[in-house]
Every structure is written in C-alpha cells, then in structure tokens.
Design a protein around this ligand. Structure first.
Ligand code: SAJ
Length: 481
C-alpha cells in the first residue's frame, strides 16, 4: 500500500509543482535518478528505446512482434536455432491468428530481428523483456532453470538505466527473492536505483494472443515505484486495456490465481459430470440451466485439462506455502480431479467396448485430437498423452489423428479422420477442434466396425444424432440409458 501511496504522491507533486519546485523535489529523490528515469521514459515515448525479448515462444514472439509493430526496434532471442531461422526469414513456427503476417511485416520493415546471441541483444537494449518458460518437475516443483539462466545472462550485460521486465509466470516471491538477487549479484548495481525491474505477467490465451496482448488489462508489478512507472509507460505504447500497478509479489499471485481459478472451476464441472453420470442425467443440460442464473458461470467438463499453464500454475501458487505445511483443500484436489479425467475417459472406452462384447486388448481405438485444446498445435500436457498411453498399455491398437499436431504419443498416426476410424471399434474425441465438431457421423459410422462406440471427451457431438446413426454413445457427464 505504501508503495501506491508513493506513486500517487509523487505524480501529484510533479503535476502541481512549478519548475523550480520540481528541481527541489528531485533533490530529495536524487536528481540523477529522476533524470535517468525521465530519459528512458522519453525514449519509450519516442520509440527510441531498443527492446530485447528473451524467449520467442508463444508469449515472447507475440510480445516482440507487437512492440515492433508499435515502432520499436526489437531483437528477439531464443536458444533454438530453427526458431531464429524462421523468425529471421519473416515466418513464425506457431499457429496463432495473425502472428505469421505480423512477424512477416515487422521483419520486412527491419524492426524485428532474431538471434541466438542473447548477450549481445541485452547489451544493445534499453529494455529487456524475459519470456522464458517456468515448468514444473515430475514432483510438481517449480523449475526455474530457464528463468535463472535468462537472468544470469542479463546480469552479464546489465548496465545503468535498463528496464528489465519479466513476463514469465512465477511462484509468488520469485521477483524479490530470485530475480533481484541474480541481477544484483556481482554486478555492483542496485535494483530500483541503477536499473529498474517489473514483473508483468502475460495473460494471453492461445489462438487470440495478439488481440488479448493489446486489449487485456495489464498488471504491472514494480520492484519499486519508479520501475512501475517506466513499465507502465512501456505498456501504454501497445495496450488498449487498463494498466494496473501492484507490488511484484501481488502481481505474481494474481496471475496464478487466474489460472488456479479456471482449473478449480473446470474441476467443479468435472465433478458435476461424474455425479450426472451416476444419476443418469446430462451434465451439459444441467450446466446450461444453472448458468442462466446471473451469478453462475460453470465451465465445461471434459476428458482433461492440458496446456502449458493450467496443469502447473496451481502448483506454482501453492509452492511458497508448501514448506509451511499448508494443506490445500480446494486447489490441489481440483488439480488431481482434472488429472483423473483422462483415466475416466479410458474407463468409458473400456466399458463401452465391454458392453459391445469386446475386449480392449483386441480392439482398435481411434483417438481424434492430440492438441490440448481446439484450434491449437500444442500438445504440452495434453490429456491425449495419458489416454493414448493407457489404452496402449491395456493392449488396444491405437491410431491418432490431429489436423495441426505431429505428436502421436507413440501411437500410429493417420493422415486423416477416415484413415483413423477405419475398422475401429471405438472412436474417442479428445480435442474440440472445429473439424471434429463438424464430423459427418454417418460417414464415420460406415467406416468403423459394425458394432462400434463413440466416446465424446469434449461433448461436441449431438448424442441423439450419434445414436440415430447406430453408435453406442458415451459422453463425459452423460449417463448411459
Ligand atoms: N478446458 C476445459 N473446460 C473449459 C475450459 C478449458 O476442460 O471450460 C480445458 C481445455 O480443453 C484445455 C485446458 O482446459 O485442455 C486449458 O485451456 P484454456 O482455455 O484455459 O487455455 P490456456 O491454458 O491456453 O490459457 C490459460 C488462460 N487463462 C485463463 O483463462 C484464466 C490464458 O488467459 C492465460 O494467459 C494462459 O492460460 C497462460 O499463459 O497462463
């Protein structure tokens, strides 16, 4: 709170003071620092500040392209040579609406370059934006290896007057306890005084990354008030949404709370689905009715929650209290329930086959979708992995098809839906791609074995139509009549 008061007081003071009094004010805070800060702010406003973006994944490349499009000179860095090669030739390796075109445009205009030489990029930059991944280990512990490495590289070329912005998602306390320490260690520079630091969590959803980067409300967690002020100036150049300032730990926690909330809401929908299966009603109908209440918004149940964020962010949120022996009663059980949904889907497949008089180990199962969600080409933490592997462990012959992903998790990959479902005993829909929503059920039915089942893990098929076509239909959250 003190920190906001400080920003507020200072802004008020600067606005109301005459020129001479501004000089007096500056004396109190340190003329040199005020000047340094104002110089960088001026450079940002004039688009003269050079920006280095470390990590050209989904978030980093979107960030780099949007800032370049706003008129900045941007240099993006990545460890992967193929990413640098693609970006340097004006292409992007990510399926993201409008990003390919935007990268092409800013590279042609000479405003975006890419390199594996992060040290040089940092040296030449006035602003460094860190966008590296912060995954979890098998034991659900945060792995800050990439973040530490990026910060260590930044430190080697850290000089006065630079602004460092971290967009990576971090456990609460990481900016203060890890990032600052690494940056200051041995550099002889003081954070908030010689250089500035802010943590500005990304909040963009895959598929709408550019739009959300520009339109979403931004949270700027400043290490100190000056850091926040400069970072706000930076994001003002690209953001239409409001920009809110906070202390860095609150900003970190807020970002994790968003994803943990979504995960818990989906877990609620999934538990509701399991209840509905037991009492022989359809969860989709129940949720639709419940959501007509003005203060109720239940998410969608499904065969699992995947992607680079939701399956790990709840663990990042819980991390700082783990050593205090805090026992999570909502967040962790929700995570576990969402993880269980892929196994439940396999159970539905086995049950569907059993009811048709077939053993899973003598059956062919077609899995439609390996992406973690519809219209993306990303398979990280996808529920498809567990579903495919467990079905193969049970002895099923598994064939997968996904229009956007190469990954098949060890199963045979079909070139199209028809090849995947041909003579299959069961088809499982794992991803809600648009093309699977538009499946021609009659055609699928004709290609599959005579006695066959359809398991809808995303509830995108009309159950009435499926039954009309002669399928034994099983959907997550729908009791079997
Ligand atoms: N899912 C459900 N039911 C739903 C919604 C999603 O089962 O009702 C599943 C999806 O199928 C998918 C997973 O959850 O497997 C994650 O989907 P998502 O739509 O939440 O997408 P993400 O992980 O790409 O993006 C989230 C977003 N967070 C929130 O909406 C709170 C995004 O805004 C974040 O920026 C992103 O995480 C991130 O990078 O943290």
């Amino acid at each position: 709170m003190q920190f906001y008061k400080e920003i507020y007081k200072r802004n008020e003071a600067l606005i109301s003071l005459s020129c001479t009094r501004v000089t007096d004010f500056a004396k109190v805070v340190g003329t040199g620092r005020i000047k340094m800060k104002e110089e960088l702010v001026e450079m940002i406003r004039a688009r003269e500040a050079r920006i280095a973006v470390i990590g050209l994944g989904h978030v980093g490349l979107t960030t780099a392209a949007v800032f370049a499009d706003a008129g900045f000179q941007v240099i993006g860095t990545d460890l992967k040579q193929q990413v640098i090669k693609a970006v340097s030739s004006g292409k992007c390796c990510i399926k993201e609406l409008g990003l390919n075109e935007l990268v092409g445009k800013v590279v042609r205009q000479g405003r975006l370059e890419a390199t594996t030489n992060t040290l040089q990029a940092v040296r030449e930059a006035n602003i460094v934006i860190v966008c590296v991944q912060t995954p979890i280990t098998q034991d659900k512990e945060p792995s800050l290896t990439y973040l530490r490495k990026a910060c260590e590289t930044v430190r080697q070329e850290l000089s006065k007057r630079k602004l460092i912005v971290v967009q990576s998602t971090m456990p609460p306390g990481t900016t203060k306890n890890v990032v600052v320490r690494i940056l200051e260690e041995g550099s002889g520079l003081k954070c908030g005084k010689d250089f500035w630091l802010a943590n500005c969590p990304e909040r963009i959803v895959s598929g709408k990354a550019i739009q959300e980067f520009i339109e979403n409300v931004r949270i700027v967690g400043g290490y100190n008030s000056e850091s926040a002020e400069i970072a706000v100036e930076l994001f003002k150049t690209v953001t239409k949404g409001d920009i809110l300032t906070a202390d860095c730990t609150s900003a970190e926690a807020a970002k994790l709370a968003e994803n943990a909330f979504r995960d818990v809401n989906i877990a609620f929908a999934n538990e509701l689905a399991l209840i509905c299966e037991q009492i022989n009603i359809d969860v989709i109908e129940a949720i639709k009715l419940a959501n007509t209440h003005p203060r109720v918004t239940i998410h969608k149940p499904g065969c699992g929650v995947g992607g680079p964020c939701l399956p790990k962010d709840p663990y990042l949120l819980l991390h700082p209290v783990k050593e205090k022996h805090f026992k999570s009663k909502v967040i962790q059980p929700s995570r576990e329930l969402n993880d269980y949904m892929s196994r439940h889907t396999v159970e539905l497949v086995v049950e569907a086959l059993r009811k048709l008089g077939k053993d899973v180990n003598e059956s062919k199962v077609a899995v439609l979708g390996t992406a973690y969600k519809g219209e993306v080409d990303e398979t990280r933490n996808s529920p498809a992995e567990r579903i495919v592997c467990e079905l193969m462990d049970l002895g099923a012959e598994v064939v997968v098809y996904d229009p956007f992903c190469e990954e098949s998790f060890g199963a045979r990959k079909a070139k199209d839906v028809s090849e995947a479902v041909k003579v299959a005993d069961c088809t499982v829909i794992v991803t809600d791609h648009k093309m699977f929503r538009e499946l021609k059920l009659e055609k699928i039915r004709a290609l599959m074995n005579t006695n066959s089942a359809l398991v809808d893990g995303r509830r995108i098929v009309d159950p009435v139509e499926a039954k009309k076509q002669g399928f034994a239909y099983y959907g997550i959250g729908r009791g079997v009549e």
